[in-house]
Design a protein around this ligand. Sequence first.
Ligand code: SF4
Ligand code: SF4
Length: 223
Amino acid sequence: MLQEIAEISDGKIYGVNDMVKAACNDCEGCHSCCEGMGDTVLLDPYDMWRLTGGLGKSFEELLAAEVELHVENGVIVPNLKMAGENNRCVFLNKAGRCSIHTLRPGLCRVFPLGRIYEDGNVTYFLQREACKKSNRTKVKVSKWLDTPELKKYHCFLADWHSLKKAAEQICNAGEENSAKTVNLFLLNLFFRKPYEAEKNFFEQFYERIQQVETVLPGYRENL
Ligand code: SF4
Ligand code: SF4
């Protein structure tokens, strides 16, 4: 994995206090990374809390228009829908700007950086060719992420990543019923079950994750 990252990055690993050449003049005149992304703009539970609360829509309502589900490494995951002739993100407006800028998912916030998950920590790398603007300027990683409570956010990201990896192990073990049970459980618990928009996301996530042991016993130890 780190070898793959080395091939597409500038060879550096960035922490939140580092400066990185990612700022692209507010994407002026460009929306290249908001179209043709297929099913790669994955949504995590934090994204779902932000979208359902901010748009005043339920998960089911989002599924009817803006979000779809696909299977990745055996696990069902939601992603933002691309649609129309140019396969544009459904939230890209006619002027070529993001219509949900303050609610945009974590993967949109981080681009053109990528995340590295290692030993329970999250760090970042710069995807060299990902952004179409060549005259990018330096910005502090924490500013670029534009996400409050970064420490808690990173703990959540690491825990969600571990949970997905544990689910992948079960879903790829060849036992169809187990895979179905795990997928339905995670989908219902972390996406379908409504979040309280006014309540802190992390509190809600960690209340829910306590229930995971019932379906994925010892999932942390097996990683
Ligand atoms: S390719 Fe770069 S400049 Fe264009 S929209 Fe994406 S991040 Fe902004
Ligand atoms: S949510 Fe906004 S930033 Fe993300 S792909 Fe869609 S239009 Fe682009």
